[in-house]
Design a protein around this ligand. Sequence first.
Ligand SMILES: Cc1cc2nc3c(=O)[nH]c(=O)nc-3n(C[C@H](O)[C@H](O)[C@H](O)COP(=O)(O)O)c2cc1C
Ligand SMILES: O=C(O)C(=O)c1ccccc1
Length: 389
Amino acid sequence: MSAPADFQNEIYLKGLGDAVPELPTDLTGLEALAERRLSSAAFGYAAGAAGSEATARANRAAFDRWRIVPRMLRDVAERDLSVRVLGTDMPAPVALAPVGVQSIFHPDGELAAARAAAAAGLPYVLSTAASYSIEEVAEANGDGPRWYQLYWPKDRELAVSFLERAAAAGYSALVVTLDTVALAWRPRDLDQAYLPFLRGIGLANYFSDPVFQKAVGGPVTDANRETAILHWAANFSNPSLTWDDLAFLRDHWRGPIALKGIQHPDDARRAVDAGMDGVIVSNHGGRQVDGAVASLDALAPVVEAVGDRAEVLFDSGIRTGADVVKALALGAKAVLVGRPYVYGLALGGQAGVTHVLRCLQAELDLTMMLSGHTRPGDLGPDLLVRSDA
Ligand SMILES: Cc1cc2nc3c(=O)[nH]c(=O)nc-3n(C[C@H](O)[C@H](O)[C@H](O)COP(=O)(O)O)c2cc1C
Ligand SMILES: O=C(O)C(=O)c1ccccc1
């Protein structure tokens, strides 16, 4: 089996035939390219964040304040990046974050991303607010690992229907996003009056659902489309939920459950007490609470609060292999990556997502090797120092 770092040699060898990669290998460069490719509204939706976007910037700045201290002469010839997280074996500690409405980035949307994830063997997390249905994405994902992300609607019967459909379609773990009881104040979207859902984009899971259809008087057609969209808007979230409601989810989902959007150690403890299997330290890529703590700064306190009672995953701001190393060193078992693969999707469909995943894995493998580590489990806080720069 070839190591992820072999992608580097593959690129150099192609150079002998005068070929260079079609997309940049520094994934931070994808955003500028995606801006040229996408409509201003679609780009703003992906790249934008809440309010002044201070938290989105803080997410990146937090990575810069940690520096890796490499170690030498430790036999790094063979590395094994594989981990088992939320009951899923994965070749590297990386999953594709749930991202809604992917058809605004590429017509194949979630299907293309789920195919690229399957080819890499990395978990694809399907958003409830997807452009293709639970079943369609499962088919595209094939034998690949997949998890389902729930936006918990007001209608309990609809929530149960989503969970039953996801289980039947082979999604093995449930990710419950808690930080989006409403969409935040997002100036880029507001200034363009852009909300794709109001055009019915990103509602495939609702429109295809028997419980939803019953509530809107039958299958969604031109005749009841507006009613259906309004019903979605009224039902999308339930801001009245409390910790007591988690028992309901436990009763309706057999596999592992992780809560996404956890930032406070006390919330992480409550998640464990409620029988959850994991928490995802995330601030939604800075898209929800402007002024919120950088997600990386919230990680270590959560890891400490949880101990080995549940698994801690991380997202918000991962752009490079070194970022993954830093998050793992601070205690994450795996990371989720959001915007970088969205830009890959916009720029090259399935192949663009594959490019992003291969670059990220190769850079992670090389960073581990060059800093003297062979397994994710070997990474700890002693690998990092704080830097003011
Ligand atoms: C365009 C876009 C749509 C998103 N949609 C969802 C969603 O439907 N469900 C969800 O839980 N998170 C959603 N997120 C948040 C991601 O799952 C993830 O937390 C975030 O993108 C991580 O930050 P990063 O983009 O800096 O990697 C979305 C993020 C973006 C950029
Ligand atoms: O845009 C988002 O960040 C998001 O999570 C979302 C919210 C509502 C529907 C779809 C996606």
